[in-house]
Write a protein that binds this ligand. Structure first.
Ligand code: AMP
Length: 142
């Protein structure tokens, strides 16, 4: 089981915005797409990532006027990425160590997907259920 296993199930669509888009625009994108993180891309290159937490923290620190500023003012610029052949365990380690819940997937320099902690948990539950069912049928058949 690796990152590609999850992408094959959930798809490879990544919702992005530009560094010049306003923070207020991002809040609409979060709401409309029911997502918690948006990748900031310019000329095909990943420039940063903004999660709901960044918006909430920025409002907490600087007030609601932050909504009228460009997202480049609040984005995290050092984006940690993973690759399709990374294992789920490696990915969980990256999320735990970095204390974030979203990791973009890069393949040969191209953005090919994004994995959230929800995707990882879903995959782990499916795996565990499969193992339990295999174990039950092994016991039943003697
Ligand atoms: P999250 O837990 O994903 O909502 O993000 C928590 C914090 O980590 C926010 O400041 C995000 O901008 C940042 N963040 C989220 N994903 C990444 C990532 N893949 N690489 C670096 N920072 C990230």
């Amino acid at each position: 089981m690796n990152v590609n296993t999850i992408l094959n199930l959930k798809g490879r669509n990544v919702i992005t915005a530009k560094p010049t888009d306003l923070v207020a625009d991002l809040t609409k994108i979060f709401a409309e797409n029911k997502i918690g993180s948006i990748l900031i891309v310019e000329d095909g290159a990943v420039k940063g990532i903004v999660s709901e937490r960044d918006v909430v923290r920025a409002i907490g620190h600087r007030g609601a006027e932050i909504l009228r500023l460009p997202v480049s003012r609040i984005m995290t610029k050092d984006v940690i990425t993973c690759q399709g052949d990374d294992t789920i365990n490696q990915l969980m380690g990256v999320m735990t160590q970095g204390r974030f819940r979203h990791v973009p997937v890069i393949d040969q320099g191209q953005l090919v997907g994004i994995i959230s902690i929800g995707d990882v948990v879903q995959q782990r539950i499916a795996e565990t259920e499969l193992e339990a069912s295999a174990m039950r049928s092994y016991i039943a058949t003697g």
